[in-house]
Design a protein around this ligand. Structure first.
Ligand SMILES: NC(=O)c1ccc[n+]([C@@H]2O[C@H](COP(=O)([O-])OP(=O)(O)OC[C@H]3O[C@@H](n4cnc5c(N)ncnc54)[C@H](O)[C@@H]3O)[C@@H](O)[C@H]2O)c1
Length: 434
């Protein structure tokens, strides 16, 4: 099948490359000409494990193309995916749908013959109806169907998530569109990934409900971590103790500095807004949003406390800036709240992130970026682990201690065993553990 992706960001590029790998002929379009130029020159604009090889193979084998001008790719496509950003709208937290609607207008003007328009961007309930109305208005003659097909991939594991998903959700009532979607995802039959056909509005809600539930689960264990600290319990053992109950499950029960990233913060806000607009407030999600926001502030206080309450003039070495490991994505990363709060209190920040530096530099100023973890903690009064990159899991603690000014470690990801670090005479603080 001929597939066109409108938007070649995380989702557009990964989905496009994976569809090409399934054997479809894919063109990834982006209005950002420099991004397309880099891709055409064989350069991958984001860090995502395995993506460089996947793109290279499929370009070489003539199944994956990149373009700025969408004209040919839209006219020739069987299916056109909208994979543009849906950031939070300033002021009210609603999803900003201007990119989605602009893409719909472009598609309307250029499409030719029966076309399935698939919305992969995360969009509030009813957006599919609006996209359909936009296209109908501009092209009353056109034959098309608008489908919702939300994406559930996780950055850092995006390719395996796309190729071996827990499920694929497809929202449409149109039989022809259903057949196109079945054909597109047919290679997944081998893995027996369920293809769940639902109504379009239901599909749109499933995506928000999934993200809100996961954000709530993380926030729940974060609150249990605070309680564990207060009562002398170990939150990791609590997480295991509850997670082994199949009704709860072990995933997303890792206490930390609060969720961030390109999806949970904006999607929880948008769900709260949609629910309020419909007169059915989602109080659990409202509380989740509020608790998570205050948590990031609390983390800066925790670091200050580990340093005796006053960080003015103190040097803090931060390990990890991205919102999670194996990505260079800095969107809504906890570091964006924590680092400025420490700077405002007078701290001097040195930092190292294996892949996030070029993005971090645009967002975090007055930070002394270092080339490795040991340089980041050299001369520091405290070391803070903010992102659990694998390379921080087995640091040479003797070396760390020897280069630091004082051996204070704040481990906001519970990477280390308290007994192990304390046996080396570190003053060690972690999350929810004695
Ligand atoms: N990043 C994730 O992990 C993830 C996971 C699941 C779902 N999503 C959802 O997928 C959507 C896309 O997210 P992303 O992280 O890939 O965004 P992104 O910002 O990385 O990429 C969006 C791209 O779309 C391009 N674009 C915008 N309008 C365009 C147009 N009219 N024509 C061509 N290109 C256009 C932009 O230049 C940009 O490169 C969002 O709705 C997001 O919520 C993201």
């Amino acid at each position: 099948m001929r597939v066109t992706m409108i938007g070649t960001g995380y989702v557009g590029l990964v989905s496009g490359a994976c569809f090409a790998d399934f054997g479809h002929v894919v063109t990834c379009v982006d209005k950002d000409a420099s991004k397309i130029e880099r891709l055409q020159a064989g350069e991958i604009p984001i860090f995502e494990p395995g993506l460089d090889k996947l793109v290279e193979t499929n370009v070489r084998e003539g199944r994956l193309f990149f373009a700025v001008d969408p004209k040919e790719a839209i006219a020739s496509a069987d299916a056109i995916f909208i994979a543009v950003g849906t950031p939070s709208r300033r002021g009210d937290g609603h999803a900003d749908l201007s990119y989605v609607y602009a893409a719909a207008e472009e598609i309307a003007d250029l499409m030719d013959g029966f076309t399935v328009i698939v919305n992969k961007s995360t969009v509030p309930v009813g957006t599919g109806d609006e996209v359909e109305a936009i296209i109908k208005k501009r092209r009353p003659d056109a034959e098309f169907a608008v489908v919702s097909n939300p994406e559930f991939l996780r950055e850092g594991a995006a390719i395996s998530d796309f190729k071996r998903p827990d499920r694929v959700v497809v929202g449409t009532e149109d039989e022809r569109a259903r057949n196109v979607m079945r054909e597109l995802y047919r290679p997944l039959n081998l893995n027996e990934s369920p293809l769940l056909f639902v109504g379009r509005r239901t599909s749109e809600l499933i995506k928000y409900a999934a993200n809100a539930f996961l954000a709530m689960k993380i926030t729940f264990i974060n609150e249990m971590a605070d309680l564990s600290e207060a009562v002398g319990a170990d939150v990791q053992a609590v997480a295991r103790g509850i997670g082994l109950d199949n009704r709860i499950g072990t995933k997303f029960l890792h206490a930390g500095p609060g969720y961030g990233g390109s999806c949970f913060p904006k999607d929880t806000l948008a769900l709260v807004k949609t629910a309020a607009d419909h007169g059915t407030p989602t109080r659990l999600i409202e509380a989740t949003v509020a608790v998570n926001a205050s948590r990031k502030k609390a983390m800066a206080e925790k670091i200050k406390k580990a340093l005796g309450g006053d960080v003015s003039g103190k040097t803090i070495g931060i390990l990890g800036l991205t919102f999670k490991p194996n990505t260079d994505d800095m969107r809504d990363a906890p570091s964006l709240d924590i680092v400025p709060a420490l700077q405002a209190a007078g701290a001097v920040i040195q930092a190292y992130d294996p892949e996030g530096r070029h993005e971090a530099e645009k967002l975090l100023t007055d930070v002394d970026y270092k080339a490795n973890p040991y340089d980041a903690v050299a001369g520091a009064d405290a070391m803070v682990i903010l992102t659990e990159w694998d390379q921080f899991r087995a640091l040479d603690l003797d070396r760390v201690k020897s280069v630091m000014k004082t051996p204070v470690m704040v481990d906001l990801r519970n990477v280390y065993k308290p007994s192990e670090v304390r046996s080396k005479d570190f003053d060690y603080t972690s999350i929810g553990r004695p």
